[in-house]
Design a binder for this molecule. Structure first.
Ligand SMILES: [Zn+2]
Length: 255
């Protein structure tokens, strides 16, 4: 049996699938991550964009916002790819417990996975938060202000420092989301890693939690990951193609 058929069988036999996604699924929608060569990341040093730097000075915040202003149009215009739609299909087939994602682009929601089924471990670019009073602004609103020349936007209510609702390098993981993701990982019967190199902790712990609690583990990623040896099946392919083929097979078997 080939790997696609074997994973399809596992999906058919599962009732609570957790799909864990990373940058690899979004690169197929044209969103480069900081490990990708070229693009916006060639012009900015990730070490200059840490949470600590952001908090430390107005000059650093200006640099961060310059980066964020350039990144937003790509995120706003990005469309889900076949990989996202295949995952949404798992939801419609009643197989998906939730998607846990390291991505900040909202593409799972755009592919019509309901908001409450998506756990965003690294936050989202859709909102901007005031770090003082907690007021939340739609990103489009702040983007217009940046485009009209504001360098470092401040909160209208309290004048506080504002930051995109993403988890930056060096910023603590969101407690509620992390706890929920760990709980779902422990309770699923199939844990499907899609496009994550599984190097960032504590996120990288979740497939192992699933496995320890009796779930099957499948990893679909273009390059090897440190957890490949724990997986029941590993597929080193583009995520869009592999997932589409798997879901097509699943539909054939379910009908
Ligand atoms: Zn405020």
């Amino acid at each position: 049996m080939n790997k696609i058929d074997a994973v399809s069988d596992m999906v058919v036999q599962s009732k609570r699938i957790v799909v864990f996604t990373g940058a690899g699924i979004s690169t197929e929608s044209g969103i480069a991550d900081f490990r990708s060569p070229g693009g916006i990341w060639a012009r900015f040093d990730p070490n200059e964009l840490t949470y600590q730097k952001f908090l430390s000075s107005e000059t650093n915040r200006e640099k961060y916002w310059e980066f964020s202003k350039l990144l937003w149009p790509t995120i706003a215009q990005a469309k889900p790819n076949p990989g996202h739609y295949a995952i949404a299909e798992l939801y419609h087939l009643g197989k998906l417990d939730c998607v846990i994602t390291q991505n900040i682009d909202g593409l799972h929601q755009k592919s019509r996975v309901p908001e409450e089924r998506v756990i965003e471990l690294h936050g989202t670019m859709k909102w901007v938060n005031c770090l003082e009073c907690g007021r939340r602004y739609p990103r489009e609103q702040i983007q217009s202000r940046l485009e009209s020349g504001e360098k470092v936007p401040r909160c209208d209510s309290c004048g506080g420092i504002m930051k995109p609702a993403t988890i930056s390098f060096g910023q603590p993981m969101p407690e509620m989301e992390t706890r929920e993701a760990e709980k779902r990982s422990a309770a699923c019967d199939l844990f499907l890693v899609v496009g994550s190199s599984l190097v960032v902790y504590p996120a990288a712990q979740m497939p192992l939690t699933a496995k320890d609690n009796g779930a099957k583990l499948v990893i679909i990623n273009l390059t090897p990951t440190p957890h490949d040896r724990y997986a029941d099946i590993v597929i080193h392919e583009k995520t869009g193609e592999a997932l589409s083929q798997i879901v097509e097979q699943v539909k054939v078997r379910l009908i």
